[in-house]
Design a protein around this ligand. Structure first.
Ligand code: PMP
Length: 341
């Protein structure tokens, strides 16, 4: 029987899909989507958690009393929750209050204790989800705090798994990598690996308006941060895990284009991805004309499952001031008629 001994062994080896309908307005670059939502915990963060646990096991720091504590926008938390459930460990995750209810419910379903913290406070405020996780880790006996924002194993996980996998799957025919940046682990690890293979490969980050990465990269200054709706990418401070040297460009994206592009990927390609996938894909669509005849690979970090009550929902889109395409507007009208009928 070809059975795995743990669900964690199912992490990685995600497919790449050549897009057929969501295409750049000009030029003939080919767009490819790497479906990281196919990981068993539902996101790219499964890779980092699996890699961290392997390293901790090798170093002998984990035992059956260990308590995993982390701050997360929900996907690292889910990956840790899955791993903790599979290993019979206790897990505590702090999460900012702007993240979807689905993400909180998913962690709780695994048995994780979830602490919800305010979004609109500075990172060093004692109420922030970073500070809360640090405090809980300090106060909990046998705690293990991976601290993904400051842990070099985060980027290394992608250098050792996602990068080589992409290189193999594309047989080296990858010219441009586009991805979002949260901790920066993905862009740093994958970008570094690909550039070592071929220094001509361009690495492009997608940054939501309101995050500080774009202005720091282009102008060397910290612009004031503001709250935006897309989840999992962008920050209000300079995170340590990002190596800006592997990045060639950072493109700013709006919430509207992120959500519209994610919804197009779902409806036109059948690719059920999350909002930050839409951010990365809209950045790719925007720069594609620069790369005629080239292959652009876009990382789609998580699944639309986590946003059914948010941008996947037509009523939520309208209530939050986002416009819908004509076909979608018709479906909202139909829904509204059904409700009033
Ligand atoms: N998209 C989503 C939905 C995420 O949760 C994250 C992780 N915060 C990212 C993108 C960014 O990945 P990374 O932390 O590796 O930069």
């Amino acid at each position: 029987m070809k059975a795995l001994t743990s669900v964690l062994e199912a992490v990685g080896n995600t497919p790449i899909v050549h897009l057929q309908k969501v295409l750049p307005a000009t030029g003939n670059a080919a767009l490819f989507a790497k479906l990281e939502y196919m990981n068993p915990g539902g996101s790219i963060k499964d890779r980092m958690v699996k890699y961290l646990l392997e390293n901790m096991d090798a170093a002998g720091v984990l035992n059956n009393r260990s308590v995993l504590v982390e701050n997360s926008s929900g996907n690292t938390g889910a990956a840790l929750s899955m791993a903790a459930a599979a290993r019979g460990l206790r897990c505590i995750v702090t999460i900012p209050d702007k993240m979807s209810g689905e993400k909180i419910a998913r962690m709780r379903a695994f048995g994780t204790e979830v602490v919800v913290a305010p979004t609109a406070v500075e990172a060093d405020d004692p109420r922030s989800y970073y500070s809360r996780a640090r405090d809980i880790a300090e106060q909990t006996p046998d705690s293990i705090y991976p601290d993904q924002y400051n842990n070099p194993l985060n980027a290394q996980a992608h250098y050792c798994t996602t990068g080589p996998e992409l290189w193999e799957q594309t047989e080296g025919h990858i010219d441009v990598l586009v991805c979002g940046m949260g901790t920066g682990g993905t862009i740093t690890g994958v970008g570094r690996y690909l550039k070592e293979k071929n220094p001509a490969i361009q690495v492009i980050g997608a940054d939501p308006i309101g995050s500080v990465f774009h202005d720091y990269f282009h102008f060397g200054k910290m612009s004031p941060a503001s709250v935006y709706k897309v989840e999992g990418i962008g920050e209000d401070y300079l995170v340590k895990a990002i190596d800006f040297d592997v990045i060639d460009d950072i493109v700013q994206v709006t919430d509207a284009e992120s959500f519209e592009t994610a919804r197009r990927l779902v409806r036109e390609e059948g690719i059920f991805c999350g909002g930050s996938s839409g951010s990365a894909m809209s950045a790719a669509l925007r720069v594609a004309h620069r790369y005629p005849g080239k292959n652009i690979v876009v990382i789609l970090p998580d699944s639309g499952n986590m946003y059914l009550s948010k941008f996947m929902d037509d009523q939520w889109m309208v209530a939050n001031g986002f416009s819908l395409h004509e076909a979608e507007r018709a479906s909202v009208r139909k829904d509204a008629q059904a409700v009033t009928a």
